[in-house]
Design a protein around this ligand. Structure first.
Ligand code: SF4
Ligand code: SF4
Ligand code: SF4
Length: 275
């Protein structure tokens, strides 16, 4: 799809994605922090574009828009809009940089059973109106719980005191997210999170997706090592678009311009092994 300067294009796309996710994450942070600091922030719109909030408020047009965006472009929501995803990327970055030995990602088989179970639990929770299930599995609620229960009290040395239950909840969720993302990138996004699992059902068939040109691929594994979703299978040269969170890390890292964001599916021109 993209030709000359393709590598630079993907590096630019990756950096733009990071900038957008940090910007939207900052807005979500200010909105969450305002609940404890009392400083009014005009950031309610960030809540109104979150998927679980839309389901609970029957925001059908915006939900349909997310469905269409995901079908056309893949999981853009997970790459840039969900603040918990941005928080996971930050934890992953810190985890990889501070590890004694350099950490690389590796391919993981999809855990379809677990994805289905959490999706069903969330669906059931919404249908029967169980707020405990729905809030705990809502990534935006979890983000807010972390900010209100753990981050704000820590930043203000306890001045922004919160209830004990809120603090315990925030710290527990923060530890789960930080430890998991620090070790395994977006593993929670592709196992536990029902929003990611639902979007994955759509992005599995998305028009635009990351694709490997096997004629250009040398099998260096650089893309696999930077794939936070662990969804690039080097043995079959395939990318699981149901788990891909459109971070562009792989295309930016490929030294042979073998990965493209495209609507076409590459067909092998040269045999992988001469017979
Ligand atoms: S999978 Fe869930 S937690 Fe991860 S980025 Fe997407 S919505 Fe957020
Ligand atoms: S980084 Fe590029 S060349 Fe290396 S394995 Fe991935 S697609 Fe192939
Ligand atoms: S396949 Fe590429 S774009 Fe998708 S999550 Fe992995 S590194 Fe990111």
């Amino acid at each position: 799809m993209l030709n000359g300067g393709k590598e630079q294009m993907y590096i630019l796309a990756k950096n733009t994605r990071v900038a957008v996710s940090i910007g939207l994450g900052a807005v979500a942070f200010m909105a969450a922090a305002s609940a404890t600091t009392g400083i009014a922030v005009n950031a309610g719109w960030i809540c109104r574009i979150q998927i679980v909030s839309l389901i609970l408020s029957a925001g059908i047009p915006m939900l349909a828009a997310w469905g269409i965006v995901t079908y056309v472009f893949g999981r853009i929501y997970c790459s840039s809009v969900c603040p918990l995803g941005t928080m996971m990327d930050a934890a992953s970055c810190i985890g990889r940089r501070t590890a004694r030995r350099r950490r690389y990602f590796h391919y993981r088989h999809p855990n379809s059973r677990m994805r289905a179970i959490f999706l069903i639990i969330m669906g059931g929770g919404i249908v029967i109106g169980n707020t405990i299930i729905v809030t705990l599995l809502d990534p935006f609620f979890d983000f807010n719980a972390i900010i209100e229960g753990a981050v704000m009290p820590a930043c203000t040395l306890g001045a922004a005191a919160t209830g004990a239950a809120t603090a315990v909840e925030g710290v527990i969720i923060l530890l789960i997210v930080a430890i998991s993302a620090g070790r395994d990138g977006r593993l929670l996004c592709n196992t536990v999170c029902p929003v990611g699992n639902a979007l994955g059902l759509i992005s599995r068939h998305s028009i635009m997706r990351m694709d490997i040109n096997t004629d250009l691929c040398t099998g260096c594994l650089k893309c696999v090592e930077v794939c936070k979703s662990s969804c690039i299978d080097p043995s079959s040269h395939t990318i699981d678009s149901s788990r891909c969170v459109m971070c562009m890390n792989c295309a930016a890292a490929c030294p042979n311009k073998a990965i493209t964001y495209t609507s076409t599916r590459h067909r092998l021109q040269k045999p992988l092994m001469a017979t």
